[in-house]
Design a protein around this ligand. Sequence first.
Ligand code: NAP
Length: 248
Amino acid sequence: MDKVIVITGGSRGIGAATALLAAQQGYRICINYLTDEPAALRVLEQVRGLGAVAIAIRADVSIEDEVIRLFNRVDAELGPVTALVNNAGTVGQKSRLDEMSEFRILKTLKTNTLGPILCAKHAVRRMSPRHGGQGGNIVNVSSAAARLGSPNEYVDYAASKGALDTFTLGLSKELAGEGIRVNAVRPGYIYTEFHALSGDADRVSKLESAIPMGRGGRAEEVAEAIVWLLSDKASYATGTFIDLAGGR
Ligand code: NAP
């Protein structure tokens, strides 16, 4: 069976690093993105350079019609998905709860919680033997924030990832008898462009002294754990969380 991976938010950071590793492991790859087409096309060129069959698809993971179109195109151009990495995520400007707008809170919850749930729904419709599938793997990219709560920064983001953790647990049990494993990674401070969204592009280097290992993480270090969880080497792991936070 061909290995077909959908990586949401694959145009940058942790998603892009995961796409490059997946390319080296023989996956056919769908790189999803929201706005930055040139970045997605750069990753596409890199994974094709490694010999992978790959496509890039723009879709907002928080809108079900767009998710449906995404998976239909993957069916037609790569074959049915066997691995889903729910990586797309967003965060608002650093602030207290009493200063957050409803729009910002909804965007955070829709992107980080609803999006992975919708993508998992449409992946399961292809993976589950109940729908004629042959099993598969899902990895949700959560955050250390789910454990720590992110007070005075973005409690809405932390809550969106906490809900994702609960979803990971429940879905892993729901699908354990159907050959579908569901796991999560919880990165800490990782050097990506993500932190510019919260208003401080240099956030990770400024916070390094608060990290027990004394440094921020690299996207590739998170991607390694994601790809391991997707692999047969992790064949007895489901409902599992790998913390990649340098000891935080
Ligand atoms: P990033 O560099 O900002 O990349 C985010 C990706 O998500 C981009 O490809 C972006 O696409 C895409 N995206 C955002 N909203 C989307 C939507 N509604 N639909 C589809 N794609 C969407 O972030 P990153 O640091 O690699 O983070 C990846 C994941 O790791 C996120 O879930 C984040 O919460 C989590 N995480 C990151 C850190 C960290 O320190 N970096 C720590 C803990 C957890 P466009 O560029 O096209 O807009």
